[in-house]
Ligand binder design. Structure first.
Ligand code: VAH
Length: 311
C-alpha cells in the first residue's frame, strides 16, 4: 500500500496516476494539504494531509496499512527564495518527521525527490557528475542536499530503504509547475497555443537540464522497483534526458506554430539558473539500475502541443 504526500503538485498528480495504474487505484492513497486536484478527484483514496503533521501521517499509515511513502511536498527554488526560513522548515521538517516514522513503523521503502538545484556556481557546469563540488546557492538546493544526506544517514544507521533522484527541470501537461525556475519551459507551450507568443523570464541562451514528465515518472518507478543490491548510493542519483535553451524550445515550437514569437525579460530567476549545471552526467544511474530517457525536445514538443491543443 502506497502513500503519496504532496499528491497535488506537478510530480504528484502524474505519479499517483502511474502508481494507481501499476498497483491498482485502491492501493495508492493520495494526500495533499489542498483539496483533491481535478485529475485525482474520485479516482482512488484521498485525504487532506499536512506533510508537517507527523501524528496525522502515522494515523493514515495505520488506517490504510501503508508500506511505502513518496514524500513530494516542498517549496521549489523560486518560491523558496521569497521566504527562506519557511522553505527550509517545510522541506526539512517534513522529511525528518517521515524518516523517523518510516523507521518506527518499519516501512518497506521511502521516496524523496532531490534536484539538480543541489549544484551551485562552483560545480563544473557541463556533464556535471554524480560526485563533485556541491555548494547550493538557493534555500531549495540547500534543503535538497541536506535532505539527501539525511536519507543516506537513515539508510546507513537504521537500514531504511530510502531512495532519491536529482530531477532536472520537469515539463508536463497534466499538472502545472509550482514555483520553479524551470517553469518557463511549461508556460511557453500554454502561451504559444493561447497567444502565439511568450515573454520568457530567462535569457535566450540559458541552457538547463530538462526532462519530460513521462520519463521522470518512469525513472522514479524503475528506481523504486530496482533490487536494493543494485543501488550503489543512497544520495540522490543524477538523472538526465536533455538540455536546451529558451531559444531552442522556441524553435522546436515554431515547427508546429510557425509564427510563434518569443521575447526575453530575465528576472530574479536568471540568477538562480546561472548557478545551475548546463548538462548532467547520469551514467551512474544508467549503470546501477538501467536508466535511459525516451523523450528529446522534438518528441516532447509534439506531445505537449498535441495534449494541450486538444484540451
Ligand atoms: C525548480 N523545477 O525549478 C524545480 C527543479 C531543477 C529545477 O528543481 O525549482
Amino acid at each position: 500500500k502506497v502513500l503519496v504526500i504532496g499528491a497535488g503538485g506537478q510530480i504528484g498528480v502524474e505519479l499517483v496516476a502511474a502508481l494507481r495504474h501499476l498497483y491498482g487505484a485502491d492501493n495508492v492513497v493520495a494526500t495533499d494539504i489542498r483539496e483533491a486536484h481535478p485529475m485525482l478527484k474520485g479516482r482512488g483514496p484521498y485525504e487532506i494531509l499536512d506533510a508537517m503533521d507527523g501524528n496525522a501521517i502515522r494515523a493514515i499509515i495505520s488506517k490504510y496499512g501503508i508500506t511505502q511513502v513518496y514524500l513530494l511536498a516542498a517549496l521549489l527554488s523560486a518560491t523558496g527564495e521569497k521566504d527562506p526560513r519557511r522553505a527550509w522548515d517545510i522541506n526539512m521538517e517534513s522529511l525528518l518527521q517521515l524518516l523517523d516514522i518510516a523507521v518506527q513503523e518499519k516501512l518497506a521503502k521511502v521516496y524523496w525527490p532531490s534536484s539538480i538545484a543541489v549544484f551551485g556556481p562552483t560545480t563544473p557546469r557541463d556533464n556535471t557528475p554524480q560526485q563533485t563540488i556541491i555548494e547550493p546557492r538557493t534555500v531549495y538546493g540547500i534543503s535538497k542536499y541536506a535532505g539527501e544526506q539525511w536519507c543516506q544517514y537513515y539508510n546507513l544507521r537504521w537500514g531504511l530503504d530510502v531512495r532519491s533522484l536529482r530531477y532536472p527541470g520537469l515539463i508536463s501537461w497534466r499538472s502545472a509547475p509550482g514555483g520553479g525556475t524551470t517553469d518557463y519551459a511549461v508556460e511557453i507551450y500554454h502561451e504559444a497555443l493561447k497567444h502565439g507568443r511568450y515573454t520568457c523570464f530567462l535569457s535566450e541562451d540559458t541552457y538547463l537540464p530538462m526532462m519530460y514528465m513521462d520519463d521522470a515518472i518512469r525513472g522514479t518507478i524503475e528506481l523504486m522497483e530496482a533490487p536494493a543490491e543494485k543501488l550503489g548510493t543512497r544520495m540522490a542519483y543524477n538523472l538526465s534526458a536533455m538540455s536546451f535553451s529558451p531559444r531552442e524550445i522556441a524553435e522546436a515550437i515554431r515547427k508546429h506554430i510557425p509564427d510563434f514569437a518569443i521575447d526575453y525579460a530575465p528576472d530574479f530567476r536568471q540568477q538562480i539558473a546561472n548557478g545551475w549545471p548546463r548538462s548532467i552526467d547520469d551514467s551512474v544511474a544508467r549503470a546501477h539500475w538501467g536508466w535511459k530517457h525516451d523523450f528529446d525536445l522534438a518528441l516532447m514538443t509534439a506531445d505537449m502541443l498535441k495534449n494541450l491543443g486538444g484540451k
